[in-house]
Write a protein that binds this ligand. Sequence first.
Ligand SMILES: C[S@@+](CC[C@H](N)C(=O)[O-])C[C@H]1O[C@@H](n2cnc3c(N)ncnc32)[C@H](O)[C@@H]1O
Length: 290
Amino acid sequence: MLRHIPVLAQEIYDYLPQWWVDWFDGTFWHWGHAEFFLSHEKEKRSLDWMMIIWTDVDVRMINKARELTKNYADYIDIKHCSYADIQNLWKSFDYELLDLWVNLEHFKDWSRWFSIKEDAPLDMRFNQESWITAEEWLQKSSWEVVMNALIKYGDFSEKTSEYLSKLFIEERKKNPFKTTFSLKDFLLHHHFNQKKIAVIFQVIRIMVNQELDQLEKFLVDFPWTLKKGWRCFIITYHSVEDRITKNAFKALSEGWEFVLINKKVIVPHYTEVQKNKAARSAKLRIIEKL
Ligand SMILES: C[S@@+](CC[C@H](N)C(=O)[O-])C[C@H]1O[C@@H](n2cnc3c(N)ncnc32)[C@H](O)[C@@H]1O
């Protein structure tokens, strides 16, 4: 069993308003945050009025989640959908949390190619029911789409992005990319180092799962679902995700209905990063509906 430590859990708990009841955890996975908060609340009060709605797009997480949370089954409603579908839940919440990025199991599960360390078919979908795999994305996208993705989500220069996207198109005509190592070897052959290769894999994952579209949709819809006086928390691990969140929260706070709780982004203390490497790039932003 992988040991999972929820990121910035104490900081979020410290900023949670008292006596929250209706709770939305959009990226539940190992229920690390949920478990942390519930165990702390239990020391203070009965949980009888509480309801957590959990969503995760990864269907494989659902059975595992039911097993993990069986002692809290009365309080947890598990939904297989994207957090971006929050409005379809027809409910309003006291507390909303997104803890973005992949989870540890995704990296270990090389059959779905979240890790570049193992050879595996190019898949990379969080949601096995979604239509496009990494292989298909690489095979079907135009060079302009690939180039723009590399610029926007990989911070590559325009020149490098154009060069690489044209290389992809040329290569796929002769040798479609079917496995992790076929792509990795191709990039090594063209002098991209391991670090750059990891970034390129990440860009493809972001595109396959439409990760930033999901976040943008959530940021448009969540204000309608948050109760007055309550808070939304978002942890990001990628600079583009953080920028999108920061700008959306800032725009909301310029009206009269929302206020930023932390003007300066919250990052983990170095002692947390020492214990949990996954926390190293985490950034937390919090907004309250007045
Ligand atoms: C970093 S993990 C969350 C960890 C969790 N907070 C904990 O402490 O156990 C992120 C999870 O978000 C899920 N995910 C990614 N995109 C999603 C989306 N659009 N909707 C719902 N879940 C998503 C992934 O499958 C993954 O399990």
